[in-house]
Design a protein around this ligand. Structure first.
Ligand code: PLP
Length: 281
């Protein structure tokens, strides 16, 4: 039986219920985080909690628990559920109240977390994945890790129907990001990724890769690139907390580079894995 945590209490997932009036359900009025568990320990949970606090600030939702408490909860869920490799999901909504768009007078946030196992070190997708290019239909504050994600649901469903692992979203000809990942290309030995702005989520993995790349002697340039540049790239890759670094070997029916995981992508994945192992040793 799996244990989750809801508003301060550890309970069986089957017993965890929220109101039909929860604003997370009614409006998607909430924010969330997903952190990896590696060697039974949280990875970069501190950074994820900093981003959660920022997301909450940006939507005017005060913290109900401090970061140390949430960190303890996330680790406890990994431990209680016997997770060696996997993830912890944490969500905060503006709670239940009579349905009305503006904030309620009294906010009682709904805060919950759960854990799941997932293969991270030995991910079969490390052999290379296909992505499906779709227009980015999202709103103008994609820097907020919001639970309002209908555009990503539709993008990732379209990707699945196209036989792809992830959606590659683009707007005004430029690649924004993946459905739930940041996208990178490699051209002539240099790795490019879009600069942070309101147009994309500032991925924690993306941020960590700057250090990993530095250690691996890989030059990174933060510059937006077009879909055509992605198609013509030597390598293409995606990063996220629960996929680490994955080679993108196909964009729809187009083969990227040699069609095999590229050497820089492999160096970044190995560097990321080595760092994860070091931090959780
Ligand atoms: N971009 C989007 C839209 C995401 O949803 C995610 C993660 O879920 C990412 C990027 C990657 O962010 P991180 O590396 O923090 O997981």
């Amino acid at each position: 039986l799996r244990t989750c945590w809801l508003n301060g209490t550890y309970i069986a997932e089957e017993q965890a219920h929220v109101s039909i009036f929860d604003r997370g359900l009614l409006f998607g009025d909430g924010v969330y985080e997903v952190a990896a568990v590696f060697n039974g320990q949280l990875l970069d949970a501190d950074r994820h909690l900093v981003r959660l606090a920022r997301s909450q600030r940006e939507i005017g939702l005060p913290a109900a628990y401090d970061a140390a408490t949430l960190m303890g909860v996330m680790q406890e869920l990994a431990t209680r559920n016997g997770i060696q490799e996997g993830l912890v999901y944490l969500q905060v909504t503006r709670g239940a109240a009579e349905r009305d768009f503006p904030f309620p007078a009294q906010v009682h946030p709904t805060v919950f977390a759960y854990a799941r196992p997932k293969k991270l070190s030995d991910d079969p997708n490390a052999a290379g994945v296909r992505v499906h290019a779709v227009p980015d239909l999202r709103w103008q504050r994609c820097d907020i890790k919001s639970t309002s994600m209908l555009a990503q649901v539709l993008a990732k469903q379209a990707a699945r129907e196209a036989g792809a692992f992830e959606a590659l979203m683009h707007e005004d000809g430029l690649v924004t990001e993946g459905g739930s990942s940041n996208i990178w290309i490699v051209r002539d030995g240099i790795a490019y990724t879009r600069p942070t702005s309101h147009d994309i989520l500032a991925g924690i993995t993306r941020d960590v890769i700057f250090d990993v790349a530095d250690d691996a002697g890989v030059t990174v340039v933060q510059r937006a690139f077009t879909l055509e540049q992605a198609l013509a790239a030597d390598e293409c890759l995606m990063t996220s907390a629960t996929s680490f670094v994955l080679p993108i070997t196909r964009i729809d029916d187009h083969v990227v580079g040699s069609g095999a995981p590229g050497p820089l992508t492999q160096r970044l994945r190995e560097g990321y894995l080595a760092r994860a192992a070091r931090l959780t040793a």
